[in-house]
Write a protein that binds this ligand. Structure first.
Ligand SMILES: [Zn+2]
Length: 223
């Protein structure tokens, strides 16, 4: 695979020899994503079942009224009660500008046929550019602290129900893409025997172009 090494989310010197990835972490192995838009009971059932010891909140807004149990203070408290570390990582949250550009697509058009079909793709491309420019896996960064840390399993959290409607899946892909021997799993209610699968947002957020930085492929033939 040809790759522009200056585009890595860490410095060129840190990579594993000839490979453009970081060497396997000493402890960290499982990157999970979970929605905090589900019930607290289901959320912590998933956390417990998968031995998650660290929950990383990647939302821009953590105190809005509709968040119920997952408002930052309550979320932190519930994690403490479950003996799980809770931390906020603004370094990997999208920016309000990126989000507002995306939201305008829905506010300024009257019908679905007038809506730009690549709004979601532009959103994730902007997010990729943000993470790349911040070099989010650079030595000493908050995300790198997870890679170099003592937790085997870490969950990255946002409120969106479906992982493919959310930046958290793209973020998780960074581990698959740029860190050796780390597995990404998007946990949903499906991973609890009782739960139904979350539905995609309506209108669907469709990826119309590949985003190599995340190793994401366009969802062809689904529009
Ligand atoms: Zn989200």
């Amino acid at each position: 695979m040809t790759e522009n090494l200056s585009q890595l989310p860490f410095s060129f010197e840190e990579r594993d020899g000839k490979k453009s990835r970081l060497p396997p972490p000493a402890v960290f192995r499982h990157a999970f994503t979970i929605s905090c838009g589900m019930s607290a009971r289901n959320f912590f059932a998933l956390v417990t079942k998968h031995y998650v010891t660290h929950v990383v909140d990647t939302r821009i807004g953590r105190d809005y009224q509709g968040a119920y149990w997952s408002r930052e203070d309550d979320f932190r408290y519930l994690c403490e009660r479950h003996e799980v570390v809770y931390s906020v990582m603004e370094d990997v949250a999208p920016t309000r500008e990126i989000r507002e550009t995306f939201a305008k697509t829905f506010q300024e058009v009257r019908s679905a046929k007038d809506r730009s079909p690549d709004a979601w793709t532009v959103y994730l491309e902007s997010y990729a550019e943000l993470l790349r420019s911040r070099k989010v896996l650079r030595e000493g960064s908050p995300l790198r602290a997870v890679v170099d840390g003592k937790d085997v399993a870490v969950a990255f959290v946002c409120a969106c129900q479906h992982p493919l409607d959310c930046h958290r899946h793209a973020l998780g892909q960074l581990f698959t893409r740029y860190v050796m021997d780390v597995e990404l799993v998007d946990l949903t209610q499906v991973h609890l025997s009782s739960g139904p699968a979350p539905s995609r947002k309506s209108p669907r957020r469709i990826l119309v172009r590949d985003i190599p930085f995340f190793g994401l492929q366009a969802e062809r033939g689904k529009r």
